[in-house]
Design a protein around this ligand. Structure first.
Ligand code: ZN
Length: 125
């Protein structure tokens, strides 16, 4: 877009890196670059959400497996070795007996620094 009479702005296009002409606050050299950049951002955010859902689904499979084996507690070390990611939960609230109650969809449990316990399925949340 050089040679159109505009002075160069300070920046370069966020998408293609070309020098931007025109208003100083412009971030893109063209509508095409603007649309490409926003589309990619949207796609990155969608992917990020999908990755979190995948982590939660893996956590769920692991917790569900414990319940199917009639287990209601497990060490966090063993769980993380199996691929469980303790920082990803779908809910959290103050439980009974000063314990923090965590949720992975319909499965809930208490947690200490070293283990999860009182693992159970909630029929209603
Ligand atoms: Zn551009």
């Amino acid at each position: 877009m050089a040679g159109n009479g505009y002075l160069p702005a300070d920046g370069v296009c966020l998408e293609c890196g070309d020098v931007i002409y025109g208003r100083k606050d412009k971030q893109f050299c063209s509508e095409l670059c603007k649309n490409r950049w926003h589309n990619r951002k949207q796609q990155e955010r969608r992917l990020y959400r999908q990755q979190i859902v995948a982590i939660l689904m893996r956590n769920y499979e692991i917790l569900d497996g414990l319940l199917k084996e009639k287990k209601h507690s497990a060490s966090l070390l063993e769980l993380t070795k199996a691929g469980y990611e303790p920082t990803f939960v779908t809910g959290h609230r103050k439980g009974a007996f000063r314990h923090e109650e965590y949720f992975c969809f319909d499965i809930c449990f208490y947690r200490s620094d070293t283990k999860i316990f009182h693992l159970q399925r909630k029929e209603s949340i």
